[in-house]
Design a protein around this ligand. Sequence first.
Ligand SMILES: CC(C)(COP(=O)(O)OP(=O)(O)OC[C@H]1O[C@@H](n2cnc3c(N)ncnc32)[C@H](O)[C@@H]1OP(=O)(O)O)[C@@H](O)C(=O)NCCC(=O)NCCS
Length: 160
Amino acid sequence: MIVSRAHADDLDAVMELEASGFDHGRWSRESWAGELSAADRQVLAYRDADGRLVAVATLQLVDDFGDLLRVVVAPERRGQGIGRKLLMASILMAQAAGAVRILLEVEEDNAPALSVYRRLGFSAIDRRRDYYGPGLHALVMELPIESRSYSPGSPVEVAS
Ligand SMILES: CC(C)(COP(=O)(O)OP(=O)(O)OC[C@H]1O[C@@H](n2cnc3c(N)ncnc32)[C@H](O)[C@@H]1OP(=O)(O)O)[C@@H](O)C(=O)NCCC(=O)NCCS
């Protein structure tokens, strides 16, 4: 599996993924354009052999931690380990950049996302009521990575 950085010209494809991934709380085009251009963001993409963008994940590097802000995989490619491997690459890159822990917020009934995060070693450290709107609660999850070594199971290469 080859992961590369996403760039500004991926914006249209990223917006298609965004629309396919969320039915509320969707990020705007401006938000994603900001992600793709901000210096403190690490936006990684997984593409099929024909170059089609299949998954994207963005992480903000803040001091010594990484804040995992978004991950989305094309609906027809979910359940194939792409989300887990893309996040593994993102975590390894954050670790290489000096992060000692990764934080994220996730809707507490997002079972597929929770499954991926737990498999990667994240655990819940807090719960925020109504974080995404009335009745939509969030879990705050943390993954310490200071001395952790990851074994992806299959090769993950990060191209420039
Ligand atoms: C969350 C998401 C990125 C996962 O990507 P993915 O490529 O399907 O992830 P993986 O294939 O690596 O793993 C999927 C896991 O979810 C589990 N899963 C799938 N559907 C599930 C369901 N309905 N209930 C519970 N678990 C489910 C799978 O069993 C698998 O877990 P396992 O590896 O322990 O068996 C993807 O579902 C997605 O894009 N969702 C919409 C956007 C989103 O919610 N993003 C997260 C918040 S930003």
